[in-house]
Design a protein around this ligand. Structure first.
Ligand SMILES: [Zn+2]
Ligand SMILES: [Zn+2]
Length: 147
């Protein structure tokens, strides 16, 4: 799990990465970055917009979409397609981290420790591929959403 200290550092890291890529760190950008980096769940753009307006009333929905695009380009945020066709956004997994996502409320749990080396080796042998990486994501219902 992520403690508050780590989360604070994470939004600072994102802001530094945005600045290094030439983006101006405007007030609305800062608000969006702090909200996303600290969110325990994946958010729809409109949800993020509603949260952000509480802290920055003049927030525009276009700014929200643009910021999500920038963060996705920098691989800080990942987009997940939902069955209903809309997209939700959550912080990207870092290093060898994977995500377990609640398909109802969007709660995201990050974990390490899958061992896919056997499967990977078998696949490589049967297909002749050289496997470079894998993408793994679990979907389910969190404890709160099961009742
Ligand atoms: Zn849930
Ligand atoms: Zn893995």
């Amino acid at each position: 799990m992520i403690d508050q200290h780590t989360q604070t550092n994470l939004s600072d890291e994102w802001l530094a990465a945005l600045q290094a890529s030439g983006y101006r760190l405007t007030a609305p950008l800062r608000v969006l970055v702090v909200l996303l980096a600290n969110s325990p769940r994946a958010l729809e753009p409109v949800e993020l917009y509603d949260l952000a307006r509480r802290e920055y009333p003049r927030m525009g929905l276009v700014t929200v979409y643009r910021t999500l695009d920038k963060l996705q380009e920098l691989a800080l945020v990942q987009r997940v397609h939902r069955v209903n066709g809309c997209h939700i956004y959550l912080r990207a997994a870092q290093g060898h981290e994977h995500v377990l996502l609640c398909s109802r409320c969007g709660r995201a749990v990050y974990f390490n420790g899958d061992d896919l080396s056997r499967l990977s080796a078998d696949l490589a042998q049967h297909t002749g591929f050289t496997i470079q990486e894998h993408w793994l994501q679990f979907l389910g219902l969190c404890g709160d959403c099961q009742s």
